[in-house]
Design a protein around this ligand. Structure first.
Ligand SMILES: *Cc1c(COP(=O)(O)O)cnc(C)c1O
Length: 405
């Protein structure tokens, strides 16, 4: 009987609408890209409800590869060569040459001995902690870690400890407090999605050495982006050989469709293939994503200009925004928060920018701490110099209206 659940859901949904946490999905009528077509809101008026073009500054499409003909073609060729799907898990009859090739390419990119493919980074995280860590062990996790790490930790039987965001003094306290455990693992995002701040992996690895702990980095926002060769935050921080587990996604910079991996030591990868439940009991990564991700990794080796353009665009945007009086933290990542403080202003300003044809998202409490409301801008290699100048011009126009600059 649905009745009871229905009344609970109605109350909960109404409450979410009341406190501003209700999510409405905007519907795209185009492929992903620097410019997208967004369906207009449904309206009885014939003139309203028309779709409109927007400059897109809110995708994780850092290298500008999502939605491109280049990847369309690569995926077509892959599907022609390897078929559409396997109807099997990897260990029965679902491993093709292309899966092995991609795992080798990922391991090389990250600087690990081996890599294991997953359907998503969420599943890679879930399939990691419960496989390696049990009741005798402890997972020490940054308080702002991604939801998938939080849930993954909950699904393991290990004890958990949480340290203050990027606070190395607190991390050391937690390490000291866990002496006597069989295994200890420090878990961190490589890049935090709200601020674009980069985890201090050098310091984390030093503490891990001092206290005999393992290090796990979820590099979803950094694989293909950070590091000279796109190896992610471990490469950027010079600790690629000292991180034990790197999880990452093909669903952001590396094409945007989906799919993910865990890059790790040889024995650990072997053990994942034998024991990791989200790997063993879930279908092989689909052929189009597997082949296209392999294409992307190889393509980026020959074309550093994707990453170069991304960093140029990021620097240009940050510089222009600061020059125009906006508060931009001194982080470096293409995730660029424009700090506004006031909850309402952040949300209203994002709406006003949308009306001006600039698609950005405002974040307010409880997604970010009270008083730290912001508009998050995500820069892409696909943006042109003119796109960035137009965004800054619209930001300035709207910012003046809201008394921000
Ligand atoms: C986006 C993201 C994920 C989820 O990746 P999927 O491959 O889409 O499941 C996991 N962790 C972090 C830190 C992320 O930013």
């Amino acid at each position: 009987m649905y009745g009871n659940l229905k009344s609970i859901l109605k109350t909960e949904l109404a409450a979410a609408k009341e406190n501003g946490t209700y999510k409405t999905e905007r519907v795209l009528e185009s492929a992903q890209g620097r410019e997208i077509t967004v369906a207009g809101p449904p309206s009885r008026k014939a003139s309203a409800g028309r779709s409109k073009k927007y400059l897109n500054f809110c995708a994780n499409n850092y290298l500008g590869l999502a939605g491109t003909e280049l990847l369309e073609k690569a995926s077509e060729e892959t599907v022609k060569r390897w078929g559409f799907g396997l109807a099997s898990v990897r260990f029965i009859c679902g491993t093709q040459t292309v899966h092995k090739d991609l795992e080798r390419a990922v391991a090389e990119l990250i600087g690990a001995e081996d890599a294991v493919l997953y359907s998503s980074c969420f599943m890679a995280n879930v399939g990691l902690f419960q496989t390696f860590f049990g009741e005798q062990d402890v997972i020490i996790s940054d308080e702002l870690n991604h939801a998938s790490i939080i849930d993954a930790v909950r699904l393991s039987k290990a004890e958990r400890a949480v340290y203050k965001h990027m606070d190395m003094v607190d991390l050391e306290e937690k390490l000291k407090a866990s002496v006597g455990k069989r295994l200890r693992v420090i878990a961190t995002d490589g890049v935090y999605s709200m601020d674009g701040d980069i985890a201090p992996l050098k310091e984390i690895c030093d503490l891990a050495d001092k206290y005999d702990a393992l290090v796990m980095v979820d590099d979803a926002h950094a694989t293909g982006v950070m590091g000279k060769n796109g190896g992610g935050t471990p490469e950027h921080c010079g600790v690629a050989q000292r991180v034990d587990f790197v999880t990452g996604t093909f669903g952001k910079a590396l094409g945007g469709a989906g799919g993910a991996f865990t890059a790790t030591h040889k024995e650990a990868a072997d053990y994942l293939r034998n024991r990791s439940r989200t790997y063993l009991f879930s279908n092989s990564l689909d052929t189009a994503v597997t082949g296209t991700s392999l294409f992307v990794i190889n393509h980026l080796k020959k074309h550093p200009e994707f990453r170069e353009r991304l960093w140029e665009n990021t620097r240009y945007f940050r510089e222009l925004m600061k020059k125009n009086g906006f508060s931009v933290p001194n982080s470096q990542h293409p995730i660029t928060p424009i700090m506004l403080g006031d909850e309402k202003k952040a949300v209203e300003m994002a709406k006003a920018l949308f009306d001006e044809g600039i698609y950005v998202i405002g974040f307010a409490f409880p997604v970010v701490p009270k008083g730290k409301a912001r508009i998050r801008v995500q820069i892409s290699a696909a943006h042109t110099k003119e796109d960035i100048e137009e965004a800054v011009e619209k930001f300035t126009k709207v910012g003046k209206k809201f008394g921000v600059v």
